[in-house]
Design a protein around this ligand. Structure first.
Ligand SMILES: Cc1cc2nc3c(=O)[nH]c(=O)nc-3n(C[C@H](O)[C@H](O)[C@H](O)COP(=O)(O)OP(=O)(O)OC[C@H]3O[C@@H](n4cnc5c(N)ncnc54)[C@H](O)[C@@H]3O)c2cc1C
Length: 438
């Protein structure tokens, strides 16, 4: 059958999902991409992100990893500890090079975006900044976007990579689906540890879980000189964006709140760390409801725009995986229409995303304030949960969308059958999955 061409992608949002999608489609599908970002320049905000082995393989596939890896701190495991006793509850283990190809990497969000953008520039695509989407018009053979400066761009597909508050989702695809406050706020700071290094009893990343929230300590560089201190804690909604900004400006109150929640015999050095922190950033954590719409006609949502969930240390990897999977689906498009291809993408993607959302929601519920009895119970549950989840996590970190046999799903009849067969597909990924080089 003749291969139907998909030539030009319009991408809204120049974050991780948007730039990764532009890279994947340019490099692996020979498409041209126009990418539009609402900010006037790349975002420099955000702390440090843990990239899973899957995320690192996808970054390697996109040609980004060599410039990023030297900037971060390798993470062989994330140690989970009780804040109450200092005892070890278990670990999330990334130490299986043979199956995963990489360990995990803790790296500054800004460095990830810069590495993606530099690679994008090398393939000849520039992000256009300060561009606000006004309208979308879909025709039979194309889709057009208009921006508030009057620019009009025509393409074959339109990708919404514009994050949790996505305008493409809320205006054109699924207006009902608005971000919900999780009841949890995050706070983070960075510091040069200097001589405090001796006091900090962590290998690379440790998560202390307690009655009033969880506190993460993680190095962000190979030399282990720069420490990321990040808390997630049950917090009442302040009600407005401005309210959160004002709350975050009172640095002394934030420091005292963190000491109240996490200070004590297990972390006696916490005050010293907080004193040395450049700035403590505070932000409310939002999520999207499960099972919203991702597509409409020639439009598709990727990354947080489609499936923002409470932070569980894997969402950036999911955004990268979305981009690589879409590229593969389009590569094997054959005679499918754009809509059919997007349906294939969605059928392939839902099982993994649904599982990730369930896990993230479960993990987040245990963070909220609780009594002593519940705390002790949750420590036991965490210990059992981590032990039970370990084999499943090993399968997850070996999972690679580049190994899916696309020919099964790229014909119109494949689209019909995909719904029946794909849910088990994700659950039954062989543990000895082979890695294909990018
Ligand atoms: C507290 C916290 C901690 C996290 N920790 C981790 C972690 O350790 N590991 C991990 O893997 N993930 C983590 N994540 C999740 C991860 O940061 C996100 O999943 C990831 O950034 C999603 O990428 P994205 O490109 O979809 O969205 P974003 O990174 O939000 O990018 C969206 C882009 O679109 C732009 N935009 C918005 N609206 C418009 C518009 N109308 N027009 C044009 N452009 C627009 C934005 O300015 C932005 O540049 C964490 C998230 C949070 C909140």
């Amino acid at each position: 059958m003749p291969k139907m061409s998909t030539e030009h992608a319009i991408i809204i949002g120049g974050g991780i999902a948007g730039v990764a999608a532009a890279l994947a489609l340019t490099q692996h599908n020979r498409m041209t991409c126009s990418i539009f970002e609402i900010r006037s320049e790349p975002a420099t905000i955000g702390g440090a992100i843990n990239l899973t082995p899957n995320a690192l393989r996808y970054l390697e596939h996109l040609g980004v990893l060599p410039r990023l890896k030297p900037k971060g701190c390798e993470v062989k495991y994330i140690e989970m500890l009780s804040l109450r006793t200092g005892g070890r509850l278990g670990e999330i283990n990334f130490d299986n090079i043979e199956k995963f190809k990489h360990h995990a990497l803790r790296v500054m969000r800004d460095d990830i975006l810069q590495a993606l953008l530099q690679t994008l520039k090398e393939v000849g695509v520039n992000v256009q900044y300060g561009m606000k989407l006004q309208s979308v018009t879909e025709e039979n053979e194309s889709i057009s976007t208009e921006f508030d400066d009057g620019t009009t761009v025509k393409g074959d597909i339109l990708l919404g990579c514009d994050g949790i508050h996505s305008v493409l989702r809320t205006k054109f695809i699924d207006p009902q689906r608005k971000p919900e406050f999780t009841g949890v706020a995050g706070a983070y700071g960075l510091l040069d540890v200097g001589e405090l290094h001796e006091l900090i009893p962590i290998e690379s990343t440790s998560l202390y879980t307690g009655r009033l929230g969880s506190l993460l300590l993680s190095y962000t560089d190979a030399a282990k000189t720069r420490l990321y201190v990040a808390a997630v804690m049950g917090t009442e909604d302040v009600g407005s964006r401005e309210g959160w900004v004002v709350k975050g400006q009172d640095q002394e109150a934030m420091k005292q709140d963190l000491l109240r929640r996490f200070g004590g015999p297990t972390l006696p050095f916490l005050e010293k760390l907080l004193d040395r922190t450049d700035y403590l950033a505070l932000y409310p954590i939002f999520k999207l409801s499960d099972n919203g719409r991702w597509t409409s006609g020639r439009m598709l949502l990727l990354g947080d725009a489609a499936h923002a969930m409470p932070p569980q240390g894997e969402s950036a990897g999911l955004a990268l995986e979305d981009a690589v999977l879409l590229s593969r689906v389009l590569e094997h498009r054959n005679a499918n229409s754009i809509e059919e291809s997007f349906r294939v993408y969605e059928k392939l993607r839902r099982p993994k995303i649904n599982t990730a959302v369930k896990m993230a929601n479960f993990g987040f519920e245990t963070i909220k304030q609780r009594g002593w009895f519940a705390t002790i119970l949750i420590e036991w549950i965490t210990w059992i949960f981590l032990a039970i989840m370990a084999p499943r996590k090993r399968i997850e970190y070996a999972y690679d969308v580049r190994n899916i046999d696309m020919d099964c799903f790229s014909s119109p009849c494949g689209v019909q059958s995909a719904g029946k067969s794909l849910s088990p597909l994700y659950r039954s990924i062989p543990a000895d999955i082979k890695h294909r080089e990018g």
